[in-house]
Ligand binder design. Structure first.
Ligand SMILES: Nc1ncnc2c1ncn2[C@@H]1O[C@H](COP(=O)(O)OP(=O)(O)OP(=O)(O)O)[C@@H](O)[C@H]1O
Length: 701
């Protein structure tokens, strides 16, 4: 019996070695081909682009080169063998064969042909006989993991061995890609073909961030035009953005701007804080209407306008000015309309000057010699035949006169007295500080709410940023920006009004209605993927469903998807979270954890006086237990100063700051204190679900 078992093991080992050798040969070929392609891209790019078409082509080639350069690791990570004998290798990028007739050497993971790699299961094999995960270290095949798809398999997971290997790895503090091990329900979200915003609800560790980032990469692949507009990725904190910073570049993507919502209005920094109740009021969707009404009230009244041109006075009558204002304002921003109005006024003035000139000539012809010396000269317009002969300006002369008028500072200043340039910050300050305006334009607010809103006079808080953004948007630009073809992340990031090809929002449950408006403005097509967990929400607005969170901005035009399987937090830890979630008033079930870590969560009760010593000791124990990994400490907000001071540079963070992050082991200090904070049960839920292996809690007696 024993011999038989040993022989079977030997056979398995030999088959695995053969498979590794086979994949190594294939990988070497793929690398050679990659080098060839890189070389030919370099050659093509070294020739100068002659015209706009070639420049556009060069941009595409340069993007391709970056993708190929970055695909050094993970060139191949999977293989599919179909029932009809076709074999495909799957990798980070597609690699074509040497000639057009050859099959591709590697299929891009985002391509349609790669879908069965993520979707096939033994129950629904999609024409596939086997899936193989290929583990590569550098340029060496380190292992293969085969999954037959034509036999019963009860787990329902895709590539279970490779998935568990990935999930069990030590955490480095940087999120990695999961293109090799995306699961079926995740892949469905990554490739979802929906119009309007896609809102993905998922409990902690269900891979929302993974899905959001891979969706960005997929969308850029699926629609390269998007790369010229870029993708905006919004996350809750800089710490979080640092944590995910490697993922998209590793997937070959560069057309990305990553930001926190506070940074969406360039030049504005958050320096103040609002009480939660005030932040909640300022987050309500009603401000969009209130600000629209307020800005509409700034439209100038009609009045007669006097210009002086070369010593002569010209009056544009009030009725004309009124008509021009009405025509300019329709459908435009305040400043946009101002630009059109100024243009029209330049026209009227030019016409008035031309009319007077013509009139003068007519009078000269009638023998009024005494007015000759008053004749209006147009040296600057060249004095063409028409004006010389009869005082009637030619079209060309009129155009040049208009140009002169448009450049004239005195004319500009006269127009500005009618249609002043307004500063968004000053206007918002004026509006929020003026009770009469608030009463008039935000009638939904109570006396107390108006008072709360106008209480702070200096600095901007997080809750002001969307109001400033809305105000800036309604006022509009004072100049017209030329349309820019090429996406450059710095340029997009520096422009408040950049329109992105797609917007990804992570931890979307934290957004206020006004922040949703701010997101929608960056994608008027509403090409938006928002991922979040409504149960982790802790901002002041009390939404318990996504409909409450987004309907005010998107109406019914959004689609909801769900992620139900938890990959991060082991089942032993998830078991603790059910009651916390229930007490938080959740309507959702915690996700189903795929993994057992075999380590029971533990807790210690300590006296206040022992806290620092015990916390330090527990941290050291965990660090020793997880060599090469990471340990996070999360504490009740009030305890952080004392703990940080005593813990010698080891970061101690709040539950809020831990959003989206993870460690091999987490130490949660004073869970009751966290639960007592505003939205405390939701915060505790976040804190408890950060570890991939071990959770320790220190309670205060
Ligand atoms: N298909 C997958 N393959 C490999 N690892 C995965 C996969 N899906 C998720 N993970 C891992 O599980 C962990 C949790 O994923 P992620 O951070 O995306 O979850 P989340 O839903 O955003 O969590 P939270 O709500 O806590 O922010 C990460 O380490 C991620 O790399």
């Amino acid at each position: 019996m024993l011999n038989e078992a040993t022989a079977t093991q030997d056979n398995h080992a030999a088959a695995r070695d053969d498979a590794i050798a086979e994949e190594q040969v294939y990988l070497d070929t793929a690398h050679e081909r990659r080098s060839e392609i890189l070389q030919s891209l370099d050659t093509e790019l070294s020739a100068p682009a002659q015209d706009a078409v070639e420049q556009a082509r060069h941009r595409g080639l340069a993007r391709q080169r970056t993708e190929f350069q970055r695909a050094e690791s993970g060139l191949i990570f999977g293989r599919l063998d179909s029932l009809d004998g076709i074999t495909r290798r799957i990798g980070r990028i597609g690699i074509s064969g040497a000639t057009d007739d050859d099959d591709p050497l590697v299929v891009d993971w985002r391509a349609h042909a790669a879908r069965p790699f993520y979707m096939a299961t033994p129950v629904e094999p999609l024409g596939q006989a086997r899936r193989r995960h290929i583990r590569i270290e550098g340029r060496t095949v380190a292992g293969v993991d085969d999954e037959p798809l034509d036999v019963a398999n009860a787990s329902g997971l895709v590539g279970e061995g490779a998935l568990f290997a990935a999930l069990g790895e030590r955490r480095t503090g940087q999120m990695g890609t999961a293109a090799a091990t995306l699961q079926r329900e995740q892949d469905e979200v990554v490739r979802a073909d929906v119009r309007g915003p896609l809102v993905v609800q998922g409990g902690p560790g269900t891979g929302k961030t993974v899905v959001a980032l891979h969706r960005a990469a997929y969308l850029l692949f699926d629609n390269p035009q998007r790369a010229t507009q870029g993708v905006l990725t919004l996350g809750p904190s800089r710490r979080f953005l640092d944590y995910i910073a490697q993922v998209l570049p590793a997937l070959g993507e560069t057309a990305i701007v990553a930001a926190i919502p506070d940074a969406l209005v360039p030049g504005i920094t958050v320096t103040a804080e609002d009480p939660r109740a005030t932040a909640e009021i300022k987050g309500r969707a009603l401000w969009q209407q209130a600000l629209t009404r307020y800005v509409a009230s700034l439209t100038p009244e009609s009045m007669p306008v006097d210009f002086v041109w070369q010593g002569e006075r010209y009056e544009i009558p009030s009725t004309t000015v009124g008509r021009l204002i009405a025509a300019a304002i329709s459908g435009r921003t305040y400043h946009g309309a101002g630009i059109v109005f100024a243009d029209q006024m330049h026209d009227r003035l030019a016409q008035a000057i031309a009319d007077r000139n013509e009139d003068l000539f007519a009078r000269i012809d009638d023998g009024l010699e005494d007015v000759v010396h008053m004749r209006v000269e147009f040296p600057e317009v060249g004095g063409g035949e028409g004006s010389e002969a009869d005082g009637v300006l030619s079209e060309e002369e009129l155009d040049r006169l208009r140009e002169k008028i448009a450049e004239d500072p005195q004319v500009a200043s006269t127009i500005r007295t009618v249609w002043p340039i307004l500063d968004p910050e000053e206007e918002l300050q004026r509006f929020l500080g003026d009770d009469a305006s608030l009463r008039q334009f935000a009638p939904e607010l109570s006396d107390a709410e108006r008072e709360a809103v106008s209480a702070r006079k200096t600095g901007w808080a997080t809750s002001d940023i969307p109001l400033l953004d809305a105000m800036s948007d309604l006022l509009g630009d004072t100049v017209i920006h030329p349309a820019v073809e090429e996406f450059l992340s710095e340029r997009a990031a520096s422009r408040r009004d950049w329109i992105y090809g797609h917007v990804i929002v992570d931890e979307a449950q934290e957004l206020s209605e006004m922040q949703w408006h701010m997101v929608a403005r960056r994608s008027p097509q509403l090409s938006i993927t928002a991922v979040g967990d409504i149960d982790q929400a802790e901002t002041p607005h009390q939404h318990t469903t996504w409909a409450q969170a987004v309907n005010a901005v998107f109406g019914e035009r959004w689609t909801q998807a769900k992620l139900t399987i938890g990959y991060r937090t082991p089942a032993e830890v998830m078991a603790l979270t059910g009651p916390v979630l229930q007490r938080a008033g959740s309507l959702n079930e915690p996700p189903h954890a795929v993994r057992l870590s075999g380590i029971d969560p533990w807790e210690r009760d300590v006296d206040e006086a022992e806290l620092v010593v015990e916390a330090t000791r527990a941290f050291q124990e965990l660090t020793e237990r997880w060599p090469g990994g990471t340990v996070g400490i999360i504490a009740a907000a009030g305890r952080i100063p004392a703990l940080s001071a005593a813990m010698d540079g080891i970061p101690v963070i709040t539950a809020t700051q831990s959003k989206g992050l993870e460690w091999d082991a987490t130490l949660v200090i004073d869970p009751d204190g966290i639960a007592a904070e505003p939205r405390g049960r939701n915060r505790l839920y976040v804190a408890l679900t950060r570890s991939t292996q071990e959770l320790g809690r220190i309670n205060i007696r």
